[in-house]
Design a protein around this ligand. Structure first.
Ligand code: GCV
Length: 666
C-alpha cells in the first residue's frame, strides 16, 4: 500500500541492505501441517513479504519445503508459543497452536526485514499474558471518542463497513504484535449502538468476528447496561430482576447462535452518566455476575471496568477524592465475582494523565480476575500531534511493586497471573487508530500501538528494545537513524510532562477536548480533577493525616512512602501533597523554580527534536518524514503556549520571579 499505511509491516524498509538471494532461497517453498484459516493468514503474510521485496511467491508444497509451517506442535509448551528452528530442507516455524504459528511467522518476517539471517531468527518465544486486548472507542456514526487519527474503520452512519479490507489489515497489525482480543465499539454505548447485539446487526458482527478470528483474535462488544429497558421494553435493568436476567440470557443465546465463538461483553457501568446497578441499590458484583451468567454457557467473558466515580462533584468539597473511588467501590467485593468476570482497571486512579500514581486496586483483590488498562490513544498526552512515546510510562506501571503479597508483587505479575493465580489475567488498552492513511495521526504514534502489543507479549522487554525494534521495522535500521530516534522517543514523555502540568497534579487542559493549556479549566467544574492552586501553594492533599486518606489504600511501605513528604517522590509530589511554592524539592530546587525550569526546558527540547528530525531527511521514507516534520512543528507551537500560560499563571499567583530572569509575561 504505502509506507504510512503499512506501519511496521512494510517489510521493504531496509530492502537495500537485505540479502535477497538468501531470502529467496529460504522462502522458495512453504508447506503447512494442520492448516486452518489462521495458518492461511500466515502463508498469506509470507506472500506479502515476498511481494514487498520483489521475491518470487513461495511454492506451496506438501513436503520438503524450505519453510515448513507446523501448527499444534506439542513440543511447544506454552499457550500460543512458537519455535523457529532449522529443519531438514531449510527452516521450520512451529506453533503450540495455529495462532502460535502465526506469531512465529510474523516474528520471522520481522526479523528478516531487520536484516537478520534465518539462523539469527531461530528462537522459542511465547506470550506471557493471557488476555492481550485492544478496546476501540468507535461510535456507530463513525466518530471515535478520543480518536485523533480520522474516522472509524468499523462504522459509518450507524452501519458496519461492507468492505472489510481495512479491518483485515488492522487484524494483521494487531496479530503481528500478539494482540488476541478486541472490543469493537465504544464503552459509552449510546442509543443506536445498543442495538448492535440484535439480529439486525449480527450477520455483520459475524463477518467482523471471522476476520479477527483468522488472526487469532477474539472479538468482544460493549453493551449498554440498560439494554433490557431500551430493547426489551422492561421498565428496569435491575440485575436481580428475573425478567432482566431472562432478557440477557436470551440476548446471549441469540448472539452466540449467530456468532459461536464471540468473546463476550465489555461494560462501563455507573460511570460518567452510563447506567449501572447502583440505580437499583445493587453493587457491581450483582451487575457483572448477571451478564456472566448469560454468556457463561457459551464460554463468554464479561470484562467490567472499574472506572466508577462521582462525576458530579462539588469543587468546594475537599474531602471527596475521585482517586479513591475505584478502590472504595470494588475492594469490598473481592471474591464475589463470577469466574468469567474480569475487572479492568486503569493504570492510574484518576484518568490516564501524563503522570499519576499507580492505581492501588491493581493486584489488591486476590480472589478476583483483574486486567490492567492503558490508553494508547493520546487523550491527555498530546493527541498524536505531540511525540509522546508511552512505553516508559507503562513500564513504570508494570514494574511497580504493589507489595500486595509482600516485596516483589509487581503489577506485571498481576497481569501474567502469577501474583494470585486467578482464572483470567492480562492487559487491555484503548486503541489509537482511525482511518488516517498512517492509522495513528502521526507515524510516530504507531510506536505506541506496537509497544503496547510487545509489552502484552512480554512486560520484561525494555522501552529501548521496543523502540529499537519499531524504528528498525518502520524507519530504518541505519545506525544514524537510531541515534536520533532513540533519545527522541525515550525523552518524549518527560518532555511532554515538562511543558504541561507539573509533578503529577494533572489536567490544566482545555475542558472537554483535553488539548491545550487551561490551568483552571477544570478547577471549578464537577469532575473531581482539581489542583487547588492559590497564591501560596498547590497540590492535592491525599494524606491520611490531613487530606483525603487516599494514601491508606496502598499496602505498606507504599502507603507511608506517599504519606510522608520526606519520602514522597518529587515526580508525584503534587498528586499526594499540597505544598507551598517555596517548598524545596529533593532536587534542591524550590517548587516554583522547578515549574519555571521544566517549562522552559520542555520547549527547548522540542526545538532539539525538530533539528534532529531534519537530519533524517534523506534517510527515511519521504512521506513519513514530511508528516512527522509537520507534527513536530505543531508540537513546538503548542509547547510554547503551554510554557507561557503555565509560567505566567504561577508568576501572577506568586509574584516570585524566575531565578534565571527568562521571559515570563507579567
Ligand atoms: C470513553 C475519560 C475520557 C472519556 C472516556 C472515559 C472512560 O474520562 O475523557 O472520553 O469515555 O475516560 O475511560 O470511560
Amino acid at each position: 500500500m504505502s509506507a504510512l499505511y503499512d506501519c511496521w509491516l512494510r517489510y521493504d524498509t531496509n530492502a537495500d541492505s537485505l540479502n535477497k538471494e538468501i531470502l529467496a532461497e529460504n522462502l522458495a517453498s512453504v508447506s503447512v501441517e494442520n492448516g486452518d484459516k489462521i495458518t492461511a493468514s500466515a502463508v498469506e503474510e509470507i506472500e506479502r513479504f515476498c511481494k514487498a521485496l520483489g521475491l518470487p511467491a513461495p511454492q506451496k508444497v506438501e513436503s520438503g519445503a524450505t519453510l515448513r509451517l507446523v501448527a499444534g506442535l506439542a513440543a511447544v509448551e506454552h499457550k500460543d508459543g512458537y519455535v523457529i528452528e532449522k529443519s531438514s530442507h531449510g527452516f521450520m516455524v512451529a506453533g503450540e497452536s495455529s495462532t502460535g504459528l502465526l506469531y512465529g511467522v510474523f516474528n520471522l518476517l520481522q526479523g528478516l526485514s531487520l536484516g537478520k539471517t534465518p539462523e539469527e531468527c531461530c528462537k522459542m518465544d511465547y506470550p506471557r499474558n493471557e488476555i492481550r486486548m485492544i478496546n476501540q472507542w468507535d461510535n456507530g456514526d463513525g466518530d471515535i471518542e478520543r480518536g485523533y487519527a480520522g474516522r472509524s474503520i468499523f462504522f459509518k452512519d450507524y452501519k458496519f463497513m461492507e468492505d472489510l479490507s481495512r479491518i483485515k489489515d488492522y487484524a494483521r497489525i494487531l496479530a503481528s504484535v500478539g494482540i488476541n482480543a478486541i472490543s469493537i465499539n465504544n464503552v459509552n454505548v449510546h442509543f443506536h449502538e445498543t442495538k448492535f447485539i440484535t439480529p439486525e446487526y449480527l450477520p455483520m458482527v459475524k463477518r467482523y468476528n471471522d476476520v479477527f478470528n483468522s488472526y487469532g483474535i477474539t472479538m468482544y462488544m460493549c453493551v449498554n447496561f440498560a439494554a433490557p429497558i431500551q430493547l426489551g421494553g422492561i421498565d428496569v435493568s435491575d440485575p436481580l430482576d428475573e425478567r432482566v436476567r431472562a432478557w440477557w440470557k436470551e440476548a446471549a443465546k441469540t448472539i452466540y447462535e449467530a456468532v459461536p465463538n464471540f468473546g463476550g461483553f465489555l461494560v462501563k457501568a455507573d460511570s460518567e452518566g452510563r447506567p449501572g446497578p447502583f440505580t437499583y441499590g445493587r453493587n457491581h458484583a450483582d451487575g457483572s455476575n448477571m451478564l456472566a451468567e448469560a454468556v457463561g454457557p457459551y464460554g463468554g467473558l464479561v470484562i467490567w471496568r472499574c472506572f466508577v466515580y462521582n462525576c458530579n462533584q462539588d469543587w468546594r468539597d475537599r474531602k471527596t477524592d475521585r482517586a479513591r473511588a475505584a478502590y472504595d467501590h470494588f475492594m469490598p467485593l473481592d471474591g464475589k465475582f463470577a469466574d468469567n468476570v474480569i475487572l479492568q482497571i486503569k493504570n492510574g486512579p484518576m484518568d490516564f494523565q501524563i503522570r499519576e500514581a499507580v492505581s492501588p486496586l491493581l493486584g489488591a483483590m486476590p480472589n478476583t480476575n483483574q486486567i490492567l488498562e492503558f490508553e494508547v490513544t493520546q487523550e491527555y498526552t498530546g493527541q498524536q500531534r505531540h511525540l509522546c512515546y508511552l512505553i516508559p510510562l507503562w513500564k513504570e506501571v508494570l514494574d511497580f511493586d504493589t507489595y500486595a503479597k509482600g516485596e516483589g508483587s509487581y503489577v506485571k505479575k498481576m497481569c501474567d497471573g502469577s501474583l494470585h493465580s486467578p482464572k483470567h489475567a492480562g492487559l487491555a488498552a484503548v486503541s489509537n487508530i482511525g482511518d488516517d492513511e498512517c492509522w495513528t495521526g502521526s507515524p510516530l504514534a504507531q510506536a505506541n500501538l506496537y509497544g503496547y502489543g510487545r509489552l502484552c507479549w512480554n512486560a520484561d522487554l525494555t522501552a529501548e528494545e521496543i523502540a529499537k525494534e519499531w524504528v528498525g521495522l518502520t524507519l530504518s535500521t541505519n545506525k544514524a537513524v537510531l541515534d536520533v530516534m532513540l533519545p527522541m522517543m525515550m525523552t518524549s514523555r518527560r518532555t511532554y510532562e515538562n511543558y504541561t502540568s507539573p509533578l503529577g497534579v494533572g489536567w490544566m487542559v482545555t475542558p472537554s477536548v483535553h488539548y491545550g493549556p487551561s490551568v483552571d479549566g477544570y478547577e471549578y467544574d464537577r469532575w473531581g480533577t482539581y489542583h487547588f492552586a492559590d497564591w501560596k501553594g498547590i497540590g492535592v492533599d491525599r494524606t491520611v493525616a490531613t487530606g483525603t486518606g487516599y494514601t491508606s489504600q496502598y499496602a505498606e511501605p507504599n502507603a507511608s512512602t506517599y504519606e510522608n513528604l520526606d519520602t514522597c517522590p518529587d515526580d508525584l509530589l503534587l498528586f499526594f501533597h499540597h505544598v507551598d511554592y517555596t517548598y524545596k524539592l529533593k532536587s534542591g530546587k524550590t517548587l516554583i523554580q522547578h515549574i519555571y525550569d521544566t517549562h522552559f526546558e520542555g520547549v527547548e527540547t522540542v526545538k532539539g527534536y525538530i533539528r534532529d528530525w531534519a537530519t533524517l531527511e534523506n534517510m527515511i521514507q519521504p512521506d513519513i518524514f514530511a508528516l512527522v516534520k509537520e507534527r513536530l512543528g505543531i508540537q513546538l507551537e503548542n509547547a510554547r503556549e503551554w510554557r507561557d500560560i503555565v509560567n505566567t499563571y504561577f508568576y501572577r499567583h506568586t509574584g516570585i520571579p524566575d531565578a534565571n530572569g527568562r521571559k515570563i509575561y507579567p
